[in-house]
Design a protein around this ligand. Structure first.
Ligand code: CTP
Ligand code: MG
Length: 166
């Protein structure tokens, strides 16, 4: 899951500039995604996810770290892009529910990346999910994700990178 966990904090670090929705509103008069989803955040986040995934592939190959998952070019791309796609899907629904950018939306804010990454994997590389995401691993992901999410966001808040600690 590392290639899926890295894109969000990196997007928060280097995001900004042109919003993905180009400042446009949806038919309900609210922003499509909002200012919290930018092209720079998306590109930097996905590239960072791919970079750590590539490092994992390299470590598994050269150092023989067989405890690492069987990552491929497709799996690291789908996990990192899927994570931010899930994040965007969540923002789209958040705006439709009338929540402003940065408002807290418990559960959705924490699991958006897991849903996005798994949906992309299930569509384009279901065999990878079946052979790598076993039930115990899924349970660990479901427990670890909100804890990591909260911890990283508190660090982001205290260091001034994020405006909210969630
Ligand atoms: N970010 C970005 N581009 C993305 C994702 C995130 O630039 N594709 C940056 C934005 O600066 C954003 C920050 O990362 O404010 C934190 O991300 P997140 O908490 O997901 O966004 P919010 O600002 O809370 O917006 P939303 O309410 O839509 O989730
Ligand atoms: Mg947020």
């Amino acid at each position: 899951m590392v290639p899926a966990y890295v894109p969000n904090p990196v997007a928060a670090l280097c995001g900004g500039g042109t919003p993905i929705d180009f400042n446009r509103n949806y038919s309900d008069g609210r922003r499509i995604l909002g200012d919290g989803k930018t092209y720079r955040g998306l590109v930097c986040g996905v590239l960072a996810g791919i970079a750590v995934g590539a490092l994992q592939i390299w470590l598994a190959g050269t150092c023989g770290w067989s405890f690492l998952p069987q990552h491929t070019a497709a799996s690291i791309l789908l996990l990192s892009f899927g994570a931010l796609l899930g994040d965007m899907g969540k923002s789209f629904i958040k705006r439709r529910l009338g929540k402003n950018r940065g408002d807290s939306w418990p559960i959705a804010d924490q699991y958006d990346l897991v849903v996005g990454a798994f949906v992309m994997m299930l569509i384009f590389d279901p065999a990878w999910i079946l052979s790598n995401i076993t039930l115990p691993i899924l349970i660990v992901i479901l427990i670890l994700t909100p804890i990591l999410h909260r911890a990283v966001n508190i660090i982001g808040y205290l260091s001034g990178v994020k405006k909210e600690p969630w």
